[in-house]
Design a protein around this ligand. Structure first.
Ligand SMILES: Nc1nc2c(ncn2[C@@H]2O[C@H](COP(=O)(O)OP(=O)(O)OP(=O)(O)O)[C@@H](O)[C@H]2O)c(=O)[nH]1
Ligand SMILES: [Mg+2]
Length: 1008
């Protein structure tokens, strides 16, 4: 056989090793297809690395390397192993991952010194029993093979600390696993586990449990006992709603939830029924009929009314409690009402066939529901089905074709008015269908802690719209919840929409709202008010007092004045309104709010001043378009999107100092963010066009685009937002290009792409000039240099300063964004410096004391800068070794670099620290930076992570650093251990509008 270049090279290396008596040999990455027999001569070899080659077999002579301790054969194409492998009895570590092995030799069992064995990513269908003899194994990786069972003998590997049996489609956990009591890390991801055994809680050393992508709905309560468990991965499991919420709060919350469950659990059979449709079609009468109440005429419903009734699942005879939500059908209520839609619910789209075909409305309502809740189950119900009425004229097939039978489950024709014999046509059939659909909801039949169900029942029994927090906590205590569980119960219930509680809002934190319909009704009175409408949504508090406590209304639909501030605050929380800046004398005593839904239809007169016809000198202009589409790619309306944007983006409003300067209308909005530039948002068709003018428009444009995208995709789960850039044809063209695809094409080396409308071929690079995602981010080193040139004149307004400040802002936002996941468990920002100060030699040390200081993620300042420089809050003296620094250096470098840019900016804008304090902080930062830079200079890893200069660097930088989350996890565990009383120096964990956690000084918690 002709020997190729790689073979000859390998032979040469072996020869050299033989001559020099080397104990290590590395022949990796040379595309070797055959290993020379002569390898067997290296009998003194201790370490052999052959990874990333194309080996399909190994010579028997390999068995002569009896001194081998480490053998790496990963990423080859091995199909079988020689029996002689069993002679390598000194082997401590064997890596065979990423090969094509279908079986292993029995002799593997002779390698009794093995501490680590990696067999992942092969095609193994069975494992030899003899594997159980490897009793020294500490780490075993069997993931991603074609195994259907694992040998029982693995239970003998009681020294195992790390076991990966993921990717194997396991249906249940094998019993022998419970003997592996030393396990610290267990990976069972990508399997088909439906339940986990109670005994899993006996693996008390577990720190890391990876259950990613299984079929789990619940966890055994015993997991609450795993004291060391800090990392629990449960993504992509159909978790029951309570557990899913607890999980979104972090590991400690999951443990607290399981603790509550361990006490006692109960099966819940209840579901939500939502009635929607145009006004006057008979929703309220239908609700009466379902409740079995007498037929009566009703006034139009204001807001929402909630009533409960029981149905019986005909298949199992179980009783299901349905909470029926009857929505007022007036059009103005629509944007608000969808706030109260939720996925696990049965929906009735009600219509009235008498008044000609209303099929169009039915379609619209189904869309409205489906865009918010793509998994919703809908029944279409025609009312007024009296004896003389003709069959309702609706094209069922069309609706099924459009929405699918899994969405539109069935059609009904009912009469809520009883006939002469007292019978209501179609109601019993409808109830049966509702029961059947409800029984299938994931919510029905789920098990929850009994205390949760008890407290909910007790709260309902009080039959009041709200209760003081203290009283709710007392009720929790009476049902044996400790305070941690009680708080978790409230958080979970809030997130599931069972009650409303804002724990950090000073105006709301002492009250728990038990009835959402109460608020919806109060809001409906404002929408119905002609005066507020005429004032384009601007309303004074005194007017709200009048609307909410209108003496002409029945007593039960009036609200006392004490509730009014709470209502207003809740409306702000729901993104329906905000308090406007008002410097008039009346402003303080009788503040004004803007009800966003009622802003004027047309552009206001001051538009031309706020947004001049072309960008000013020094400013660049960029435009991106958020194209809103449904799951089939058709453009779609996100009902009420612009109102929410007007409220959510108010801190950038031109009227933030004086309301009269605001520029917004039903389909447009002008915003300003200081050095980050000025923006115009316009709703054209179903698309949001965002244009930014600034010396560095990327920052504000990326932020606004993200905001629109996030809002669309999180609030309207059935919709998606594609980010587009405009066609550059000189004769104006409405064509749009999708940024993601442009980047893809550019990567494939395509220079041009035609416009889908005018068909002009255009330069991809030029098109991407409008897209921040494609721009080259500035490396931190370059940014540091540029920043140094403007550092002492931060308040000078010129294009250069603004550009650099904007880039610093972006750098900070990236840091926060990349580590979103880690923020669940603890803060992301800290600085470190050696306690020895200047005397410390960053080059030559092994272990040293450092001062670690936590920072507030809202103000972007270290805690002592906020608490006073002598405060010890969030300040820790800890010992670190050089190894830790080495591992953590990519994160530390990114973090410290960013913080040293952010500190001068923040202290100059906020002016909270005096000059000496600022100098101290700055010195400490630079001391820390020296240590980090010294260590960073040694390794190559950093270069790889930080230096990539690709168009998608943002993404890649993210991926590179993401793996570094371990640094933060370790640190969180450490800080929790040293600071038991006050977790994280008193930093409070809050959630922003994007449902991301931030750790902020308590002073700023109220802003979330
Ligand atoms: N004959 C007959 N009349 C009905 C039926 N349903 C409703 N009506 C009449 O229609 C009127 C309006 O019905 P409602 O149930 O109040 O309508 P709605 O859909 O709740 O209206 P909004 O609350 O404004 O959205 C009632 O007052 C009844 O007079 C029905 O099935 N048969
Ligand atoms: Mg009604």
């Amino acid at each position: 056989m002709a020997r190729d270049q790689a073979y000859l090279e390998a032979e040469k290396k072996i020869e050299q090793a033989l001559k020099s008596g080397a104990m290590e040999l590395n022949i990796s990455l040379v595309i070797l297809t055959e290993l020379p027999e002569s390898i067997g001569l290296l009998t003194q070899l201790q370490s052999l690395d052959l990874n990333f080659n194309h080996l399909t077999a190994l010579p028997e002579s390999l068995g002569q390397l009896t001194q081998l301790q480490t053998l790496d054969l990963s990423s080859n194409q091995l199909m079988a192993l020689p029996e002689s492998l069993g002679q390598l009895t000194q082997l401590g570590s064997l890596n065979l991952s990423h090969n094509k092995l279908t079986a292993l030799p029995e002799s593997l069992g002779q390698l009794t010194q093995l501490g680590s064995l990696n067999l992942s990513h092969n095609k193994l269908t069975a494992l030899p029993e003899s594997l159980g003899q490897l009793t020294q194994l500490r780490s075993l990786n069997l993931s991603t093979n074609e195994l259907t069972a694992l040998p029982k003998s693995l239970g003998k590997l009681t020294q195992l600390q790390s076991l990966n049996i993921g990717g194997k489609l396991l249906m249940t956990l094998p019993e022998w696993l419970r003997q592996l009591t030393q396990l610290q890390s267990l990976n069972i991801s990508l399997s088909q586990l439906k339940v986990l055994p109670e005994w899993l809680g006996q693996l008390t050393q577990l720190q890391l449990l990876n259950l990613f992508f299984n079929q789990l709905t619940d966890l055994p309560p015993s997991l609450a006992q795993l004291r060391h468990l800090t990392k629990l991965e449960l993504r992509d499991n159909p978790l029951n709603p309570e557990l899913a919420e607890a999980y979104s709060q972090g590991v400690d919350a999951v443990k607290a939830y399981l603790r509550a469950k361990a006490a006692a659990q109960i099966i819940l059979n209840e579901a939500k029924l939502i009635l929607v449709g145009e006004g006057e079609v008979g929703k309220t009468c239908l609700m009466d009929a379902l409740l079995g109440e007498p037929f009566q005429k009703h006034d139009s419903t204001h807001g929402i009314e909630i009533k409960s009734f029981q149905v019986t699942n005909p298949d199992t005879q179980t009783e299901i409690t349905l909470n029926g939500w009857d929505f007022g059908g007036q059009r103005v209520y629509r944007p608000t009402h969808q706030l109260f839609f939720s996925a696990p619910a049965v929906y009735l789209v009600v219509w009235k066939p008498r008044e000609g075909p209303q099929q169009g409305f039915v379609k619209e309502w189904i869309k409205l529901v489906q865009r918010r809740e793509p998994d919703a189950k809908i029944l279409v119900v025609a009312t007024h089905g009296g004896p003389q009425q003709r069959q309702p004229d609706i094209d069922r097939q069309e609706l099924w074709d459009l929405f699918g039978r899994e969405t539109v489950a069935d059609f009904f024709f009912v009469d809520s008015k009883p006939d002469k014999k007292g019978k209501r046509k179609g109601i019993e059939e409808l109830k049966l269908a509702i029961a059947r659909l409800a029984a299938e909801l994931p919510e029905v039949g789920r098990s929850v802690p009994k205390s949760f169900a008890d407290v909910r029942a007790a709260l309902q029994a009080r039959n009041v719209p709200y209760l003081p927090l203290d009283e709710v906590l007392a009720i929790c205590r009476a049902h044996k919840m400790d305070d941690e569980i009680a708080r978790l119960f409230i958080t979970i219930s809030h997130r599931l929409g069972h009650l409303t509680h804002y724990q950090h809002d000073p105006a709301l934190r002492d009250i728990v709202i038990l009835r959402p319909d109460w608020l919806a009704t109060a809001i409906s009175y404002i929408f119905d008010d002609e005066v507020t409408r005429a004032a384009h949504g601007l309303v004074r508090f005194s007017r709200l007092n009048h609307l909410w406590d209108d003496s002409t209304r029945a007593a039960d639909s009036r609200y006392p004045a004490t509730l009014h501030p709470i209502f207003l605050r809740l409306m702000e929380r729901f993104d329906l309104s905000y308090r406007v800046a008002d410097s008039t004398p009346r402003g303080d005593s009788d503040p004004q709010s803007l009800i966003a839904q009622l802003v004027p239809d047309n552009r206001p007169e001051n538009f031309g001043i706020a947004w001049i016809s072309s960008p000013s000198a020094g400013d660049l202009q960029q435009t991106q378009i958020c194209r809103i589409v449904d799951d089939k790619g058709n453009t779609a309306t996100a009902e009420g999107l612009f109102y929410q944007l007007i409220v959510r983006l108010r801190k950038y409003s031109l009227g933030r100092a004086a309301y009269a300067d605001s520029v917004h209308w039903q389909r447009g909005l002008v915003l300003d963010d200081d050095y980050n530039g000025r923006a115009l948002l316009e709703y054209k068709g179903n698309n949001v066009h965002i244009t930014v003018r600034a010396p560095y428009p990327e920052r504000f444009l990326a932020m606004l685009t993200e905001e629109v995208k996030y809002l669309v995709e999180s609030f309207w789960e059935g919709l998606r937002c594609d980010v587009m850039v405009p066609c550059l044809n000189e004769t104006p063209c409405i064509g749009l290009f999708e940024v993601r695809k442009l980047i893809e094409n550019k990567k494939r080396g395509r220079p041009e792409q035609p416009c889908p409308v005018c068909n002009e071929w255009q330069d991809i690079t030029k098109l991407l000039n409008n897209a921040p995602a494609a721009s080259q981010p500035v490396s931190i080193e370059v940014l540091e240099k540029q920043f140094a040139s403007i550092k002492d004149k931060l308040d000078v307004v010129n294009a250069n300063t603004q550009r650099i400040l904007s880039q610093v802002d972006k750098q900070y936002a990236d840091l926060i964004q990349i580590f979103t996941d880690e923020a669940k468990e603890g803060p992301r920002l800290f600085s470190l410096f050696p306690l020895e100060g200047n005397k410390f030699n960053p080059k030559n040390w092994m272990r040293a004391k450092f001062r670690l200081v936590l920072w507030c993620e809202h103000s972007r300042l270290p805690l002592p800068a906020i608490n006073g420089m002598d405060s010890k809050k969030g300040v820790y003296d800890l010992e670190f070794d050089r190894e830790w620094f080495k591992r953590a250096v990519p994160y530390l470098k990114f973090l410290t670099g960013t913080l040293s840019l952010v500190l001068p900016v923040m202290s100059s804008t906020l002016k909270v620290v005096d000059d000496t304090a600022f100098k101290t902080l700055e010195n400490q930062l630079s001391l820390g930076k020296n240590v980090i830079d010294a260590i960073a200079g040694e390794g190559t890893k950093l270069g790889e992570v930080m230096g990539a200069a690709d168009a998608e660097i943002n993404l890649e930088r993210g991926v590179g650093l993401r793996s570094d989350g371990a640094t933060l996890r370790e640190l969180h565990a450490l800080l929790k251990a040293v600071d038991k009383t006050e977790k994280f120096g008193g930093l409070v964990r809050v959630m922003n509008k994007r449902q991301e956690f931030l750790w902020v000084h308590e002073r700023f918690a109220g802003e979330y």
